[in-house]
Write a protein that binds this ligand. Structure first.
Ligand code: GLU
Ligand code: MG
Length: 454
C-alpha cells in the first residue's frame, strides 16, 4: 500500500513510490484534477513511464478549464484548441491505490504553468492561496469538514429508482446497503479518508457521510475521494450512486454541508468564547456575517447546476433564505449545539447551502474568503432566527435559480478579485450555457400540463 504524509511512512523519493506501486500491481496512475465545472477528470500514466511524469507532470490543454459539465467548449472561450498546455503536477503525498479498481492508483494534481507556477485557473491552487491569505492577513488557520448526502439507485425499465425503501435513520438501511457500505468504508480507510459517521438519511436509498475535519485542501481532496468511492463501488455492484442535488421532485434533496472553524497560530479554536451564551466568539459571528454578505456568489459556486435550486423547498431541511441561527436546520448558516464540556473543541459554523455538484476547492476557498471578509470588516450576521425559517415573511430569499445566482456572483467584485476574474468568467460562461440549454428543452411536464388544455 502507498502511504501518505497523513499516513504512517513518509515516502522517500520517486524510486520508493515506483517500488511500492509495482508491489501493489498497479498499472495505471490517474492524474486527477477538477474542472471549473466541478467534474473530476484525469489523464493517466502507465506505471513503466510514471517516474518521469511524477517529476514533470502531464501536459493538458488549457481549454479543459473552458469545458462545461456537458463537455462543450463555452462560447467565446478564454482557451480554445489553439491554447497552450498547462501541467497536471502530482501531489505525491495523495498517491494511493484505488482498492475497488484493481491495477489503478490515483494522485491529486495541481495545474501548473510551464514554469512550474500555480496556474490562475487551478482550483486546488486557488484554495491553497486562500488558506495562505487567511494566515498572512488575519493569522488564522481554517479547519474544514464536509458532510455530504447522496442516493443509491438502481435502473429499472430505463428509470433510476432508489435501491431500497428504507426510512430516515432506519436501521434497516444498514442491512439493505451493507455490502456497499462495508466496501465504501474499507476503500475510504485504505485511501486515507477518515469517516466519522454514516447516516441513513431521509430519502429511501439516501445516505450521508461525515468526514473528519482538518486542513481545507485535505478536506476537499477527501470529499472528492468520497464521491469517487461511493459511485465506483456502487457501479461495480450494478447500482448507481448520485450526488446530484435533487434527483426526485418528491424526495429529499442532497446537500453538502460545510463545517468550519479557525485556530490561531497557537492552535486555539478562536470561534469559541465561553462568555457567549451559545459559546460563539465575536470572530465566529463576524465569519457568519461574511458568509451572509456574500451569499449570492457563494450560492452560485456552491449550487452550480440548474437542478441545484430545486432542492431549496419549504420544509425540505435545506435552506430557502439567507438566515443565521443556533442549531436551526431551516437556516442557511447554523451554529450547531455542542455537548457541554466539548465547546472549545467543537465550536464551529455550518454552511448548509451548497450541494455536492460543486467544485469543492472553489467552494471552500470562496466560503473561507467570505468569512475572512466578515472578520476584517466586522460584519454582524444580524439577529439569529429562532423560529422555523420557512415561515419567515421578510427574510432575504436565496437566489431562485442558477441565473440569479450567476448574476450575483458577477456583481461580487470581492469574489471576482480573490478567486480570479478569468476563472470566474469561464465559470459564469459555462454555467450560463447550461442554463440556456436547459431552458431550450420542452419537458414532459409541459406536454402533460398544456396539450390537453390549450
Ligand atoms: N437534505 C437536506 C439538504 O438538502 C439536509 C438534511 C439534514 O439536515 O441533514 O440540505
Ligand atoms: Mg443530512
Amino acid at each position: 500500500m502507498m502511504e501518505s504524509r497523513r499516513g504512517l511512512i513518509k515516502l522517500q523519493d520517486n524510486k520508493d513510490i515506483m517500488k511500492r506501486l509495482k508491489e501493489s500491481r498497479i498499472n495505471i496512475v490517474r492524474f486527477i484534477y477538477v474542472g471549473t465545472d466541478g467534474v473530476m477528470r484525469s489523464k493517466s500514466a502507465h506505471v513503466e513511464h510514471l517516474e518521469e511524469m511524477l517529476q514533470n507532470g502531464i501536459g493538458i490543454t488549457k481549454a479543459m478549464q473552458s469545458f462545461s459539465t456537458l463537455d462543450h467548449l463555452v462560447p467565446q472561450p478564454a482557451f480554445g484548441p489553439e491554447a497552450d498546455d498547462v501541467f497536471l503536477y502530482p501531489d505525491v503525498e495523495t498517491l494511493v491505490p484505488i482498492p475497488y479498481s484493481p491495477g489503478n492508483a490515483r494522485v491529486y494534481c495541481d495545474l501548473l504553468t510551464r514554469e512550474g507556477k500555480p496556474w490562475d485557473l487551478c482550483p486546488r491552487s486557488i484554495l491553497k492561496k486562500a488558506v495562505k491569505k487567511l494566515k498572512d492577513e488575519v493569522g488564522l488557520i481554517p479547519q474544514v469538514a464536509c458532510e455530504s448526502e447522496f442516493y443509491v439507485l438502481r435502473e429499472t425499465d430505463g428509470k433510476y429508482v432508489p435501491f431500497d425503501d428504507s426510512r430516515c435513520f432506519s436501521t434497516q438501511g444498514y442491512d439493505t446497503g451493507n455490502q456497499v457500505i462495508q466496501e465504501w468504508l474499507s476503500a475510504l480507510r485504505e485511501m486515507k479518508v477518515d469517516v466519522v459517521r454514516i447516516v441513513k438519511e431521509y430519502g429511501p436509498g439516501q445516505y450521508e457521510v461525515n468526514l473528519s475535519h482538518g486542513d481545507p485542501v485535505k478536506a476537499a481532496d477527501d470529499f472528492l475521494t468520497l464521491k469517487d468511492v461511493v459511485k465506483g463501488v456502487a457501479l461495480n455492484r450494478g447500482l448507481r450512486a448520485t450526488f446530484m442535488a435533487k434527483p426526485f421532485s418528491e424526495l429529499a434533496g442532497s446537500g453538502l454541508h460545510l463545517h468550519m472553524s479557525m485556530v490561531d497560530l497557537s492552535g486555539r479554536n478562536v470561534f469559541y468564547d465561553g462568555r457567549d451564551p451559545h459559546g460563539l466568539s465575536e470572530m465566529g459571528y463576524f465569519f457568519a456575517g461574511g458568509i451572509k454578505s456574500h451569499i449570492g456568489a457563494l450560492t452560485a459556486i456552491g449550487c452550480p447546476t440548474v437542478n441545484s435550486y430545486k432542492r431549496f423547498r419549504l420544509g425540505s431541511w435545506a435552506p430557502t433564505h439567507n438566515t443565521f441561527g443556533y442549531n436551526n436546520r431551516s437556516c442557511a448558516i447554523r451554529v450547531p449545539t455542542i455537548r457541554s464540556g466539548l465547546e472549545e473543541k467543537g465550536m464551529r459554523v455550518e454552511f448548509r447551502v451548497p450541494d455536492a455538484t460543486c467544485n469543492p476547492y472553489l467552494l471552500i476557498a470562496a466560503t473561507l474568503l467570505a468569512g475572512m471578509d466578515g472578520i476584517k470588516r466586522r460584519i454582524d450576521p444580524g439577529k439569529p432566527v429562532e423560529t422555523n425559517a420557512y415561515e419567515l415573511k421578510d427574510a432575504e430569499p436565496l437566489p431562485n435559480n442558477l441565473k440569479e445566482a450567476l448574476d450575483a456572483l458577477q456583481k461580487d467584485s470581492f469574489m471576482m478579485e480573490n478567486l480570479g476574474r478569468e476563472l470566474v468568467g469561464e465559470f459564469i460562461k459555462m454555467k450560463a450555457m447550461e442554463w440556456d440549454e436547459y431552458h431550450s428543452m420542452v419537458t414532459d411536464w409541459e406536454r402533460r400540463s398544456y396539450i390537453p388544455i390549450f
